[in-house]
Write a protein of this length. Structure first.
Length: 521
């Protein structure tokens, strides 16, 4: 009698195929991720964008993100910090497994370090500020990594890689760079390990086809879905360059990419926030470079001119690949959420740390052991420092919410106490930011969080629309707004110019039938 294959049998069979380093990477990512982001996931933190994303279908097709709504729909369209956060960490766990396998990490310690560097990297901390969309974004990270692995390991895997890459770009365009850097780093390793150059050229060909094909897949599906929905690209953050990019803009884009890469490394305050972090950052980069050079010499790859040239070219490609959005659109603000490919550069140091062999001269073996230990220690330090910074981000976001709540309560009270105000009265909050003479800066984390996009600042609101949304969801008060054009007209009146600033008496008064609150101006 033929044995019936049960679901349990299938799970047992799949379990046996899972490598120990995969388990280490996945659970390392989950445990470190939960420990790092528990503050975020058990709190209700807000950014400027959060007010109208408490419930949103995330249909961002006009920003070139046609698949984001489907990725975020896995959880729901509510801003659920715990559910979205857990899903995000799980998808990052899967991405960690793919990265560990794709980059050839064999030991469990290295796998945990790689996962820790990925999940704690400041780009993830900054993305957690946008809890309403983080689960969808981490789906994109996983697909970006998977596109690389499928292309790298399977002869025809680039076909599936094209789809994965296209969907990933259609969720969040910046993760295209994540795949590029994975491909570049894999090629650097192959230049050490692969004896046959034809195999490397074949892999380059597949990478290029996957990347170009993925972008074409993204473009075609975007155009098709735009036509179906009867809308068009907004131009936000350079999305109009999808159609209008000119080859003549390429030199400027490459120059801007190098500048952006350098600025982040040296001046962004993200990798150099503390002296300990700065030391670990510099040490791990130097140790990794020396490790690669020793391995290159040890394997006598320096005898091949083409390998030397390729290493130089690939290293030069890293700043461009990591900042690809700036290549396509030099004017785009390349903020921290887009910097995740940098995590792979630190992970590559962990890859190199494994390369301790008995071959070569004694000094080479000793040097590699010292460098490997330095990389391991620096990786642990960076994971800890990144985790601490993530919690400082959460600390400030908590303070920011409390301060926003407090001032909105005061403003609503003043509004309701103003003679003539009734439910339905039009309200305008003008001035953008509070006058520092009335409200001195109370943000104690400002210097530490320079460069942490979405996490700094003292308020979650800056205009009438955000004030109205905050009041609706957190104060149970309906604020009726007016169009921006009318607000600009009010801001130009003599009555507004003569008004004192909030909270002074007279800072809340009627102008032409609209109840105006003056913050500044």
């Amino acid at each position: 009698m033929e044995k019936i294959v049960t679901v349990d049998d299938l799970f047992k069979s799949a379990y046996k195929k899972i490598k120990p380093q995969w388990w280490a990477a996945f659970f390392g990512c989950v445990v470190i991720g939960l420990c790092t982001y528990m503050y975020f996931m058990t709190s209700n933190f807000l950014t400027y964008d959060s007010m109208w994303n408490i419930y949103s279908d995330q249909d961002m097709i006009t920003s070139g993100r046609q698949f984001l709504t489907y990725a975020c729909g896995i959880s729901s369209f509510y801003d659920l910090p715990w559910v979205n956060g857990v899903l995000a960490i799980l998808f990052l766990g899967l991405a960690s497994v793919v990265v560990v396998e794709g980059m050839g990490i064999q030991n469990k310690v290295g796998a945990v370090l790689a996962a820790g560097l990925l999940v704690t990297f400041p780009a993830i901390s900054s993305t957690f500020c946008y809890s309403f969309t983080i689960d969808g974004y981490m789906v994109a990270v996983f697909l970006a990594a998977l596109a690389f692995l499928l292309t790298d390991r399977m002869k025809w895997g680039f076909l599936a890689g094209i789809v994965c890459m296209g969907v990933s770009i259609g969720i969040y365009q910046a993760y295209f760079s994540f795949t590029i850097i994975l491909c570049v780093l894999r090629l650097l390793t192959d230049l050490l390990d692969e004896d046959q150059m034809k195999n490397i050229w074949n892999k380059i060909w597949r990478y290029v086809v996957m990347g170009v094909g993925g972008y074409i897949f993204y473009y075609v599906t975007l155009k098709l879905m735009l036509r179906i929905k009867g809308t068009e690209i907004s131009g936000y953050q350079g999305t109009d360059k999808i159609e209008s990019f000119s080859i003549m803009d390429l030199p400027q884009g490459i120059e801007r990419a190098f500048e952006s890469f350098k600025e982040f490394a040296l001046y962004a305050n993200v990798l150099t926030t503390t002296n300990l972090m700065k030391f670990a950052f510099v040490a791990v980069v130097m140790a990794a470079a020396l490790m690669y050079l020793i391995c290159f010499v040890e394997k006598k790859r320096y005898k091949s001119v083409i390998r030397i040239i390729m290493v130089i070219v690939l290293v030069a490609i890293i700043p461009v690949g990591a900042t690809m959005v700036n290549v396509l659109s030099p004017a785009t603000y390349f903020h921290l959420l887009m910097r995740l490919p940098w995590a792979l550069l630190f992970i590559y140091a962990v890859v190199l740390a494994e390369r301790i062999g008995v071959d070569g001269k004694k000094w080479q073996v000793v040097a590699k052991k010292i460098l490997a230990l330095a990389i391991t220690v620096c990786a642990v330090v960076l994971i800890w420092q990144f985790g601490v910074m993530a919690n400082i981000v959460a600390f400030n976001m908590n303070e920011r919410y409390e301060k926003t709540y407090a001032i909105c309560v005061r403003m609503v009270d003043r509004i309701e106490q103003t003679e003539g105000y009734t439910t339905g009265t039009k309200v305008a909050l003008l001035g953008g930011v509070l006058d520092a003479n009335y409200y001195p800066d109370t943000d104690i984390t400002r210097e530490d969080l320079v460069g942490y996009f979405g996490a700094d600042g003292t308020m979650c609101i800056s205009d009438t629309e955000k004030f109205a949304e905050f009041s609706k969801h957190y104060l149970n008060v309906t604020i009726e707004t007016i169009p921006l054009t009318e607000e600009l007209e009010l801001a130009g009146t003599e009555e507004f110019a003569n008004m004192p600033k909030f909270p002074a008496e007279g800072s809340v008064q009627f102008i032409d039938g609209v109840l105006v609150i003056k913050w500044n101006g």
